[in-house]
Design a protein around this ligand. Sequence first.
Ligand code: ATP
Ligand code: MG
Length: 663
Amino acid sequence: MATWENLSENQRAAVAHTDGPCAVYAGPGSGKTRVVTLRAARLAATGKRLLVTTFTADATEEMRSRLTGILDKVQAKNVTVSTMHSLCLQTLKAHGKPFHLLTDPHLQRNLAESAKAAEIEGGVKAFLTQVSYQKNLGINHKTYKVENSQEDRDFLRCWKDYEKIKVEKNYREFDDLILDVSILLDKDEEVRLAVAGRFSHIIVDECQDMNFPQYSVAFALGRDHKNVMLVGDLDQSLYAFRGADTRTFQLFSQNNQTRVYELRENYRSTRSILQFADSLIRQDEERRPIEFVPTRDEGDPVSWNRFPDPDIEALAVGEEILHLVKRGAKFREIAVLYRTNAQSEAFERNFAALEIPYTMRDDGDFYARKEVQGILSYLNFFARVEGKSAEAALTDPEAFPDEWLLALLNVPSRKLSRVVGAQLRHTAEFRLKRIWEILPLFAADDLKTHRALRAMREELSTIGGRVAQLEHAGEAIRHIRAATNFDHWLKTDEGDERDNDRLQNIQRMQAAAAHYPTIKGYLAAVQKVRDEAARRKSERAKRRREADEVMLSTGHSAKGLEWRYVFAVGWSEEILPHRRAISEPNGISEERRIAYVIATRARDALHISTLDTWNDAGVAPSRFIAGLNLIASPSRISEAIEDETRIESEKPEITLGGLFMEV
Ligand code: ATP
Ligand code: MG
């Protein structure tokens, strides 16, 4: 348990800081989060009421559990640990009009399509990305300054329509939460005082990734007492693409009223790992260097291996993990960290084969999966007509909602493009009807699109006829699967290698729905589950700490955490740095920071690996390791793999790299 006794002098001073603005600016593993925890505990124990914000729900959970270990129940009530998002969600719920949180990507896309986003430059996806980015910069459709170009004018018109539709339907997006609260606190002093009055001190951990609206909220809450502590490390800023605002942290630290604490000692990693990380981040010439003072021994050198493809990399890492465990390591002390989620696939499959228990940080929400979303679209489409006669349904303006019909247009694939969706909507709007009502107009037998629409209409009518009399919601799913040949689509849908899982997901869904007498009842239950997603996530984090499993995670999700052994995989051009970032301004610096965050998660050993092929194309070793004099040593992975690859590889000693196995 963290205590005061073994703190460094600077850490101790930061923990002892009581009132007024202060900043802790220090590198990874220097004990920033430890300082935050101990200072929060100290202030709470003396009756101060604090808000501590962290960047992720997992970090929130971690901080809470550390605090409950130090404080008694009454003292613990003085600390609110939260992400900015959940603080803002609560604030809007308490002080604003009721709304639904728009979490469903399908629905979001459909709303954007209703605002005709498909017709502007870049289409729906680019539109939503741009809207999100602007909101993260603190700009909304009312404050956006339009450039003098048609493109930009079209974008703004579309954005305004999109917001209008959202208001009509009472939706708010994730990105709205913070912006709306920052505006609310700015405009409504009464609300600001009510929220700010709950806290006498504010501490923000990982502030290098806060964006402008998040700072606005933190500062609005701290304005009266100015007891604001910002803690961060600019070298670990990973969210420029989401509008992270590093300047505010710099300005705050430079202000002469702010007391700055610099922590130099590194307590996490061995000297070898720190040296490696340091030479990595020093490649960025524009940064302000922070000196590391190592407190640990040299340790094992950082290893580097090259593998022909992701499967061999995963097998080799798996074998080394088994080896470590045989020598006494715990699975939970090991992490495999990668740049993009797609890299996890090879590890999941090969770890399962090697019987290595693993867990994933981004294991996603069941209801966000594509096939599950597809079925949900059907259920939503029919929810309002179940039990009604066909005539009654047709005269009900709420029945057969357009948004859900558009969502199921290509589930299963009917080769109906987005343009068809847009045309349907236009025609319906023009005739002041629902899309469902105008479908019979598309009756030309010689047109492929018309044939597809007719087939869809027939399928929907078949399902519609059946949902009129259901014993339970599970039956609706059965009818949907039968009428649309859904299972066949799951099996043949291209680009997905885990068809069996997908089928099982649907089977599981059907079994669960069978407990609900109506579709509406089932959908309400699903909604409740989704609303509780954040809570479940933090519970998962708790369970994870107890379970003995290897962590598979992206670098982004590994922020703030540490493991004894880290396998930093896929350090190749196009992967890390990511293909898209290579051509972006500042893209490479941000990718380098991701590499840096990954490397600095390791306490005792860091194993880097490079792939020679990715998605069947050749890739070069990452530029980040090019100048670092890493030595690949002779291989001894497993005889089978070695033999197999030696045939293909001219330089087996490098290609297979052998630092993973004992000679
Ligand atoms: P990051 O930037 O990665 O979030 P951090 O600066 O928040 O890192 P912590 O996670 O607080 O660092 O600490 C890193 C490790 O060092 C932890 O295991 C922590 O317990 C340990 N540590 C921190 N301060 C000390 C200390 N004074 N003596 C011994 N160990 C310490
Ligand atoms: Mg930290």
